[in-house]
Design a protein. Structure first.
Length: 493
């Protein structure tokens, strides 16, 4: 048998069920792989005891005939999800050492389904970033390298960069991610894996450290479409503890997977042909169009006229919500407390936040506080909210002539660490293709489509109507089958 760590969720699940190997063998293989890959800095905490306990439970369940949907499957957990008894820091200094006494709804669903946790995955601090360079625990390094002997360390994308790097490097078969403006899809594209952001409200936000509450959404990251469907099916569902949770039954997405797109219309938004888009991205987009057409879909051009305003609106709304959410970190109740000698309450607040928040988090808090301040609220936040409504209306109008949208996931392949960190605006432009669907709360997924001229992965994105995760998954499956993407990073770590 080939190396167990090359197997995905479905293969591990079925292999444990059929007795091809034990769940403990699987867990041990991945634990060993994680321990040998410290150079990637993908994990901030390793939890071998957790995954071995889940594996032993799976092996016992097999004997007793009581296997669960993800019995024997080890996964990585983004360090934004609270895990009972295991430190949860959001990759920040201000929460360093915080050990939640409760479990997030999403992680609880995964453990109830039989999955085990290999550890907590590194990320951009408080999910703010597109390159995984803002973590208080150091950069995550992509397992990929440019062809031609270039050894420059590359960004794995962000904020779910630890998740994408770990899956791509075969340190885990799947991982949780969160997506506020593209933080599942962009890192998936950068590392040659799949990642799906479901409809806003499909997965509970309870127990997930908040960035921007009207945008944050948990989702699944894995090596292929089927594994994402399995993972998402387990994570999703109504939660009375989350007022934004959708009171809808969870469809059987895996069972209904089909790459037959006959009768479907796939829209190509003309506004996504942005200035200075590379020829390689455009060529990939054209191949994607040919692939969905070959799968039976009718391809039509559509217009989303307010697309150009999506990024400015996002970078007003998200920081505004962040400035409100992060006000809870004050040194009083949990996390870091900096109390200079003779300091008063306000001094403690200032010292704690100055020491505990990183530069990008401070930048977004300041932007958010500014746009919410008296005299600027109407000029900025109110206008951005109106633009958000117009963007959502654009999608509603597009659905009158198509069922799905096909776009690139990111405007480029992975860039080198440090290449864009000095220019926040250049970094923010990485989200140009992913932000509009986030503002509208729509399901969207990235699937690998090929390699660029330097041997780095490029992704294609499918956007669907609200609640149509099945359509998104099916279209991505059609692309996956035709792209036949089998490239993987060559181990250097």
């Amino acid at each position: 048998m080939s190396d167990i760590t090359n197997l995905g969720i479905a293969a591990i699940r079925d292999g444990v069920r059929d007795g091809a190997f034990s769940a403990r063998e699987v867990a041990s293989a991945f634990i060993e792989k994680v321990a040998a890959a410290k150079a990637l800095n993908a994990f901030v905490i390793e939890t071998p005891d957790h995954v071995l306990a889940a594996a032993d439970a799976a092996d016992a369940a097999r004997v007793a005939g009581g296997l669960k949907p993800m019995s024997g499957v080890p996964i990585g957990m983004k360090d934004l999800f609270c895990t009972k008894g295991v430190a949860t820091t959001a990759a920040s200094h201000i929460l360093e050492g915080f050990i939640p006494p409760y479990e997030s709804t999403v992680s609880a669903k995964l453990w109830d389904a039989g999955a085990g946790m290999l550890g907590k995955l590194n990320m951009d601090q408080f999910a703010m970033g597109s390159s995984n360079e803002t973590s208080a625990f150091g950069n995550v390094i992509s397992p990929w390298r440019r062809a031609g002997g270039c050894n420059a360390a590359l960004a794995p994308g962000g904020s779910s960069g630890g998740s994408s790097a770990a899956i791509s490097a075969r340190l885990c078969p799947a991982a949780t991610g969160t997506d506020t403006g593209g933080s599942i899809r962009q890192p998936a594209a950068f590392t040659g894996i799949c990642g799906i952001k479901p409809t806003y409200g499909r997965c509970s936000r309870w127990g997930v450290v908040a960035f921007a509450s009207s945008l944050d959404q948990a989702g699944a990251m894995a090596r292929d479409v089927r594994d994402c469907a399995i993972m998402l099916e387990t994570m999703a569902g109504f939660d009375v503890k989350d007022s934004t949770s959708l009171d809808l039954s969870v469809p059987k997405w895996e069972a209904a997977l089909s790459s037959d797109l006959r009768g479907k219309r796939v829209g190509i938004p003309r506004e996504y042909r942005v200035d200075n888009m590379s020829a390689e991205i455009d060529a990939l987009w054209q191949r994607g169009i040919a692939w969905v057409n070959d799968a039976g879909a009718e391809v039509v051009e559509v217009s989303l006229p307010h697309t150009k305003y999506a990024l400015p609106a996002y970078y007003i709304i998200a920081p505004a919500e962040a400035s409100s959410n992060l006000a809870r970190y004050d040194g009083v109740r949990y996390g870091l407390r900096e109390l200079p000698v003779g300091a008063g309450l306000q001094d403690m607040y200032a010292a704690t936040r100055a020491a505990g928040f990183g530069p990008e988090v401070k930048r977004r808090i300041m932007i958010g506080a500014y746009v919410l301040s008296a005299g600027f609220y109407e000029a900025y936040f109110t206008q951005a909210s109106k633009v958000r409504s117009l963007i959502a209306r654009d999608f509603d109008d597009a659905w009158k002539s198509c069922d799905l949208l096909l776009t690139p996931t990111a405007p480029s392949a992975a860039f080198a660490l440090g290449e864009k960190s000095a220019d926040p605006l250049a970094m923010y432009l990485n989200d140009v293709f992913t932000v509009p669907s986030s503002l509208a709360g729509l399901p969207a997924m990235s699937v690998p489509g090929g390699l660029d001229g330097q041997g780095l992965p490029l992704g294609l994105q499918i956007i669907g109507k609200a609640f149509d995760e099945q359509g998104v998954l099916n279209a991505c499956l059609a692309i996956e089958e035709r792209a036949a993407f089998t490239a993987r990073p060559q181990a250097w770590w």
